[in-house]
Write a protein that binds this ligand. Sequence first.
Ligand code: ADP
Ligand code: ZN
Ligand code: ZN
Length: 732
Amino acid sequence: MPILRLAIPTPLRSLFDYLPPAELTPAAIAALQPGCRLLVNFGRRPLQAYLIEVAAGSELPASALKEAKAVLDTEALPSPTLLQLCLWAADYYQHPLGEVLELAFPPGLRDGKPHQPPGAAAWTLSQRGKGLPEGALGRSPRQAEALRLLQQGEAVAATVFKQLGISAGILRQLEQKGLAERCVLPPAPQSPSAGAGLDLNPDQAAAVSAILAGYGSFASHLLEGVTGSGKTEVYLQLIAHCLQQGQQAMVLIPEIGLTPQTLDRFRNRFGQGIVVLHSGLNATERYTAWEAARTGAASIVIGTRSAIFTSLQRPGLIIVDEEHDSSFKQQDGFRYSARDLAVKRAQLETCTVVLGSATPALETLHNALQGRYGHQQLSLRAGSGELPAIAAIDVRRQELQGGMSAALRDAVQSTLDAGHQVLLFLNRRGYAPTLQCHDCGWIAQCRACDARMTVHRRQRRLRCHHCGAGEGLPNRCPACHGQRLLTNGLGTEQTEDVLRLQFSAWPVHRVDSDSMQGRGAMQALVDEVGSGQPCILLGTQMLTKGHHFPGVNLVAVIDADALLFSADFRGEERMAQLLTQVAGRAGRVGDAGRVLLQTHYPDHPVMLAMLQDSYAEQARRMLEQRRQSGMPPWGRLLLLRTDCADASAGQTFLGTVRRNVQRQLPSGCQLIGPLPSPLQRRAGKFRSQLLLTAADVRRAQQAARLLVAAAAQLPARNGLNWSIDVDPLDLG
Ligand code: ADP
Ligand code: ZN
Ligand code: ZN
């Protein structure tokens, strides 16, 4: 008796055996493809499940098996290579397969609904209908005529039958005989019409031809190009080649990096046939875009992290722009890296993948320097721009207003006077990170986290940036009823107030996730700033992601020290990336512009490196330090985390896991912990972690399996949640 082996989206890491629905014929069961969706009762809940295989039998007695309720797809909707990617990812990240496979479908196809893509109604032959000889059904001339039509093509629109006088009733009769089935017409492929590209400069031309030299087989490339060096133009010309081959291109971009400007550049070059996938879409928009990618109707798919799980019909090229960006790594649940999966996917699809950045992640740079990836470099700005000079402002003993020294205020003034724009970077939103009582010392803390509440003056609220909790801004100290409440530290709202007072003749635009709510906000800002009128832009890292502000001539980092003392081993890499990206917003057109860093530590070695060396030089030095410490990308890391309302339960759980795996760990692996995580309590739960360092990926994978197996065996009491993070970005 055939058994359906299914992956079901539950935290349980096993497959589940079900009996096929009784009405299914043996032929229909045999025809089911891996990746088909089914509906099953799991416990008491109806859940969507995914077929992994039709097996000859089960280890369980037939009496213990339940029948699947329904088969939702007769053919798998995701491509076979995408299914392979999901299997690989579930294994590599040690995540339940059912939850991974869910990502291969749009939200509208995750809860048991049939696949009814938007499109024109049509009919096609069923598997059985395809087996009929020509001229069959001779006794019913109308049915025979309908059959003849269906035998001529893939799918025939319902309207065609109508025009020929074949009624819907005739087709329903064929359907009842199991010969024909309903479908929808795939939208006609949009023929991409590539507009003319720019004349490439020699670096760009070399990059394009090196990448195209291996086109058609699997190859990964790092495109390392300084800010403004014309990486996007390289992407566009590679995509043009891909489309000429009749293939599809996928472009992954950081979460908030999809600027209207970027999209416009693609639309202007390629016209129609582009679909975009990001979190701002509603369910129908997602469905439509997904279907166009899957059927090949769209030739270019642009999307954020989860778009890597979009099925493509004929992929030729995958691009990951700003590949160093941390938003490519999912930070909860299924903790995958879309960048790393892009490389794996290109391997499975036998196609080209290009990872582009001005500030490549050390992992990627390492792969390029070791010769595993091609390495294309663009060291000059394209067009006329030059890279700006970076200088420090020593703020020790200086009087600061809104965080700005007199020297910075003068620089802002003279830039505005000269008719240019100013970009000020302060990576902290709100008014101030601390509210304190001057009488008794009370500090506003989040009730659910080990964190202070941030003062948001505009909304008159205190907000926790870790769990989102909020409350009204108090007038009196809740501890002593004193009225002298002080704000300590600096956020964008506060600097904005000072700027508006001091530079009242010029517009000040604050750009952070508070001020940029709504779809059109960023576009409106970009349009206004694009007019070139002198103004001040003040913002968080939202400002640094891919935006192009040609009129900006001065970039200043108000608090460069905020990045300097990170406990994370990636702190220095992050600082160098962020500051280089911020600095890269200056002087994109015309003269080089200036970059100023305000610091109390102008002589700190990291600060000196920022001032003197390019990112490329710093990155190579950091790689050498990582080699000596055995940290990634030389070694590998894994984190096993617990979150629990009971502070000690997590430590106990992880301690037991540690004892149970210790003996079997491969050589070259080390466990550190269990330790409370740096921000121990968040949203009311205590987090603990066990860190594993491994000498290489093979041993890290062995250890991951051991850790997960050991954790899965333990009872999780008190609502304890555990999770594994393979290649974690944050050790917190
Ligand atoms: P990046 O993506 O590396 O930051 P962009 O692709 O945005 O750089 O290019 C920066 C600017 O240089 C853009 O205004 C672009 O139009 C221009 N540019 C790029 N390539 C060329 C070229 N070959 N000739 C002239 N201008 C170019
Ligand atoms: Zn008080
Ligand atoms: Zn909180």
